[in-house]
Each structure stands twice: as structure tokens, then as C-alpha cells.
Ligand binder design. Structure first.
Ligand code: SF4
Length: 348
């Protein structure tokens, strides 16, 4: 069967031409999928019966299936546990912000990176997501909300820069005015520091925002909580991020998880302030670790987090502590999946 989700207009046109179907039908198909949210071929009534039957016999549109969901008490954050065509499971989140709907998508099933504070990596990497599966998460939320999607972050399960080609192709499709028309400036890719592909992304000349999961200010601590720290030294990572900034002039976001007794000393706050100062207009996002029965790590006291934040701010760096809506809805990466079992490990 041919997967139609995730195909560009040009790809659909050439597929249709190849099968002696009029080219203009490709545009209509895109309208059905991305704007009218009709995924059943027989409901595409603008198409002649013969075409609907041909599509039924030869093609699929694999919208991920909702297995479970949690909604924050204020109703503004919705997290979905989704099942893919091979029964693998991933998570996606919709956040209603004051400026519009923001969707956070996964890029892989599981993750190979092994960050100690992350539930998504506990079963290792199962596989990369296809372009269709990445785009499908956005299509699903847009169908559920029946509203425009304003922005997109690739910050769910997986290291997006390890699934580089599919993530880029998905973002290009989501950017296309014929689908969601989301500007690259409203897209963020979050990486744990996969150095070669930070350079590669910078050279694409797309104004995508880069978020670096920094989480430590020394190689020693970084290695302890992020195994990728053994592969790429902090200096190498920051040099790559600097190149990204200079090439794109996009404001860099540094993600920094706050873990009691691990990475929150006052010296580390000063170091983080100094790092931030090197990147004009950057933003430091402090994230209290979301401890639970799967992850035996704890956040510092509110008082300590505020002192930590104030030190960074004293360097003239923009810094915020992320609102902890995650506690209520298990919004930290991988936790909803952990609560419902790890299907990709069971399904072989
Ligand atoms: S935090 Fe991100 S990169 Fe690290 S293990 Fe989790 S999904 Fe992978």
C-alpha cells in the first residue's frame, strides 16, 4: 500500500501521473487531508467513484490512533499516547498558548541517547519515525482542535538530529503554504547536542529555532546525566551552537533541567550565566525535573530554583523556570507511555 500522508504536492502529482490520474487531484487530496481532515477515501466525494476505489485498493493515510490522553487541570495542555501502524507507541502534546496552538511532536520511537532524567529512553531506540508519522501528529491535533496550528516543537521522544532527513522533510511539508503554512521561525528543533547535524542544519539556511538540551556546565556532570556527553565535549557542542547562531541569527534556547544535588550548585548557575552571555538574545529555560516512580531524581526547593535563576539573570541573560503543568498530566517526555506499558518492546 502507498502511504499518502507526508507526501509533498509534487510527489503526489507524480504518483497520480504515473497511474494516469489527473494531476489536479493531488491538490484536492491535500485539501482533504490537511484542511478538511477527511481521511476515508470514500468520503472524498469530489473524486469520481473510480478514483476513490483505486485509492482504497492501493493507498493508505495512516493517522496515528489515540490510545490514551491526559489533559491538564486548566485544559490548556493535552498529551496523547498514539499508536502507529506497527503498534509502536509515541507521545505528542498540544499546548494552548496565548499566541495560538503549539504542538510538540516525537521524532523516534524510544531514544538511544540515554539521558538519566528521561522516561523515553528507558527501552532504548526502537526506530526512527517516518515523514508520515511526524506529520501525522500535527494533522491529528489540527483535526481534533479544528483550529490552526501556530507553532511546532520537535521535542518529544527521540533525538531529532539522529532522524535528520525525515524530520527535515516533515518540517518542509508542514511549512508548505498548501498544508499548514507554518513559518520556519515558528518551528523549534531540540537536540541533546548531536554536533555534526547541528552544522548540517545551520547550512540548510532555514530560520528554524534551535534548542540545546544543555543540562550541565561541565563535561563531568554532563557525562553523568547525558551519555552523549562522552561522545561530544561541551566545548564542541557550544561551538556548533555558536555556528548555528551566526549562520541563522536565530535566538538560541538552552534547556537546563534542575536536579537536586546533581547540577544546581551556585557555581553552576554562574557558569550557566557565563555561557548564556556568549549567545546574544539567548534564552535559558530551567525545567524542574519531573521525578516519579520511574525516575528517581528530585527537583530542588522553589527557593533554591529562584536563587539559581536570579544568578543567571544577573549576567543579563533571559531566563525563566518552566511552569510545572507536567506534574499534573505526566507531560514529561515518555511518562504517559511508561504508565501504559512499552508497546514497542512487546511488539516484535
Ligand atoms: S531527553 Fe531527549 S535526547 Fe535525552 S533521552 Fe530523552 S528523548 Fe532522548
Amino acid at each position: 500500500m502507498i502511504e499518502l500522508l507526508g507526501k509533498s504536492l509534487v510527489e503526489l502529482q507524480s504518483l497520480f501521473e504515473e497511474h494516469k490520474i489527473q494531476k489536479f487531484r493531488a491538490k484536492q487530496l491535500i485539501d482533504y487531508i490537511y484542511h478538511r481532515h477527511i481521511f476515508v477515501f470514500q468520503d472524498m466525494t469530489q473524486f469520481p467513484k473510480m478514483l476513490r476505489d483505486w485509492l482504497d485498493a492501493n493507498c493508505i493515510i495512516s493517522i496515528p490512533k489515540i490510545v490514551a490522553q491526559s489533559i491538564s487541570p486548566d485544559g490548556k495542555t493535552q498529551k496523547l499516547l498514539l499508536e502507529l501502524i506497527d503498534h509502536s507507541r509515541i507521545e505528542a502534546v498540544l499546548m494552548e498558548q496565548h499566541y495560538g496552538n503549539s504542538v510538540c511532536v516525537s521524532s523516534q520511537v524510544g531514544c538511544a541517547m540515554g539521558c538519566v532524567f528521561c522516561a523515553s529512553t528507558q527501552g532504548g531506540l526502537f526506530r526512527d519515525l517516518t515523514v508520515a508519522e511526524i506529520v501525522g501528529q500535527v494533522v491529528l491535533f489540527s483535526a481534533l482542535k479544528q483550529e490552526d496550528i501556530h507553532s511546532l516543537v520537535v521535542m518529544g521522544a527521540g533525538e531529532p538530529l539522529q532522524n535528520y532527513d525525515n524530520v527535515l522533510q516533515a518540517l518542509k511539508l508542514i511549512h508548505d503554504p498548501i498544508t499548514f503554512d507554518i513559518s520556519y521561525r515558528k518551528m523549534t528543533i531540540s537536540t541533546c547536542g548531536w554536533v555534526p547535524n547541528i552544522y548540517k542544519l545551520a547550512d540548510e539556511d532555514l530560520p528554524i529555532t534551535l534548542a540545546l538540551s544543555l543540562h550541565a556546565t561541565t563535561d563531568e556532570t554532563r557525562r553523568k546525566i547525558m551519555p552523549v556527553g562522552s561522545r561530544y565535549k561541551l566545548d564542541e557542542v557550544l561551538e556548533a551552537v555558536k555556528y548555528y547562531y551566526e549562520k541563522t541569527q536565530r535566538r538560541i534556547t538552552f534547556e537546563y533541567i534542575l536536579i537536586d544535588s546533581i547540577n544546581v550548585s551556585l557555581e553552576e548557575a554562574h557558569e550557566l550565566g557565563k555561557i548564556g552571555k556568549e549567545f546574544p538574545n539567548c534564552h535559558v529555560n530551567l525545567i524542574p525535573v519531573n521525578g516519579n516512580e520511574h525516575i528517581n531524581l528530585y527537583k530542588p526547593s522553589s527557593k533554591h530554583m529562584n536563587i539559581f535563576k536570579d544568578i543567571i539573570a544577573s549576567y543579563g541573560v533571559s531566563v525563566t523556570i518552566r511552569k510545572e503543568m507536567g506534574d499534573a498530566i505526566q507531560a514529561a517526555c515518555g511518562q504517559l507511555k511508561a504508565a501504559h506499558g512499552r508497546k514497542e518492546e512487546i511488539h516484535e
